[in-house]
Ligand binder design. Structure first.
Ligand SMILES: Cc1cc2nc3c(=O)[nH]c(=O)nc-3n(C[C@H](O)[C@H](O)[C@H](O)COP(=O)(O)OP(=O)(O)OC[C@H]3O[C@@H](n4cnc5c(N)ncnc54)[C@H](O)[C@@H]3O)c2cc1C
Length: 323
């Protein structure tokens, strides 16, 4: 096959970034006439294979091996390396998740093949694939066209592609065998990292209420929390809010925080600095409230309100509660 999509397990479901990788692979396959397949493994491999077979991914390759039942970078890197050697794909696509950051560089080193990391876009030009990544803190974009022999390992930043564009279909499931020995597994993982203290997962939130320095002071945070609750959404923040200690670091959106793509991102008192925007530009609808009409956030907002968040939030809460 030409493109191998490596799907990650998110508690028995395909990780959202895996769906985004499927959308990327489908675009490559359509534009360039390439074949594809999706790899699943781990203790939820059967459930993942069933879900993946509902997408137009060519075929699903399922690896069953008890040494992969819990995640280890040694085991996963060796398994993915062996599947690549068996299937000989030109492109191997990953979501740029924490897990992939942990083990995929080992795959690259084992194969002595390049790993093009954290791409924000991919285009096909003149029969070539062009990957785009950000450089110098997103001040510059760099286009990369691989020219040597594959396979090329490629990861995409969260929201580089929309999971909603993953086209469903019907794919067959095939089992593949990898040879692993317990002596190869030298690390043992702890419980998966919770991206969010308090059980909140911003990466899968449908509605995010995000506050910036414009919220003014820590005492105003409950106001924004009330709005988030009234909307059934999660609370997030720009970096100054986290740096000030008003919210835990897990709430930070941006280049040094989380990347999210909710249905609605409400930016309250956030200027729209590039380091923030890279983490939320994939949101389906962006609503910005800012007292400065020139604030850069309005350039990417679908809806903008020029005004004081401290006046507008209580009114929004009031109307949402129907008081
Ligand atoms: C290496 C590096 C990494 C970084 N990583 C991140 C990151 O991951 N995430 C991140 O967010 N930032 C990050 N930053 C910081 C980033 O550059 C900005 O400084 C930050 O995003 C600005 O946050 P802000 O918009 O809340 O604050 P400001 O830029 O200060 O903007 C505050 C906004 O609130 C408005 N405002 C003020 N009062 C009110 C009011 N009462 N009502 C309505 N509007 C009001 C103002 O008009 C202004 O537009 C990083 C910077 C560096 C150098």
């Amino acid at each position: 096959m030409d493109i191998l999509i490596v799907l990650e397990d998110n508690n028995g479901k395909i990780h959202r970034m895996g769906l985004e990788s499927i959308a990327a692979a489908q675009k490559m396959a359509n534009d360039l006439g390439l074949s594809m397949g999706a790899l699943v493994m781990g203790k939820n491999g059967d459930a993942l294979a069933e879900q993946a077979s509902g997408f137009n991914v060519g075929e699903v390759i399922k690896v069953n091996n008890k040494l992969l039942s819990s995640y280890s970078s040694d085991g996963y890197a060796e398994a993915v390396k062996q599947v690549i050697e068996q299937e000989n794909p030109t492109y191997v696509l990953f979501g740029h998740s924490y897990q992939v950051r942990d083990y995929a560089p080992r795959v690259s080193a084992k194969l002595m093949k390049p790993f093009l990391v954290d791409n924000v876009a991919m285009n096909t030009e003149g029969g070539n694939v062009v990957f785009t990544k950000q450089m110098f803190n997103a001040k510059l974009f760099s286009d990369i066209t691989p020219v040597s022999d594959g396979p090329y390992l490629v990861s995409f930043q969260s929201a580089a592609f929309s999971s909603e564009n993953a086209v469903s279909g019907s794919a067959s499931v095939r089992e593949a065998t990898v040879n692993l020995d317990a002596s190869m597994i030298k690390t043992e993982s702890e419980e998966p990292f919770q991206e969010e203290a308090g059980g909140v997962d911003l990466t899968s939130a449908e509605i995010i209420v995000s506050i910036g320095r414009g919220i003014g002071k820590e005492e105003n945070i409950p106001l924004a929390e009330t709005l988030a609750q009234a909307l059934g959404g999660e609370l997030a923040a720009s970096r100054p809010v986290v740096d000030a200690g008003w919210l835990p670091a897990a709430h930070q959106i941006g280049s040094s925080g989380q990347s999210v793509s909710p249905q609605m991102y409400l930016a309250l008192g956030i200027s729209g600095a590039i380091q923030h925007v890279v983490g939320m530009k994939g949101s389906k609808n962006i609503v910005a409230i800012n007292k400065d009409p020139e604030a850069p956030i309005f350039e990417i907002a679908d809806y903008g309100v020029v005004g004081d968040v401290l006046e507008i939030i209580p009114k929004l809460v009031e109307s949402l509660k129907g008081d």
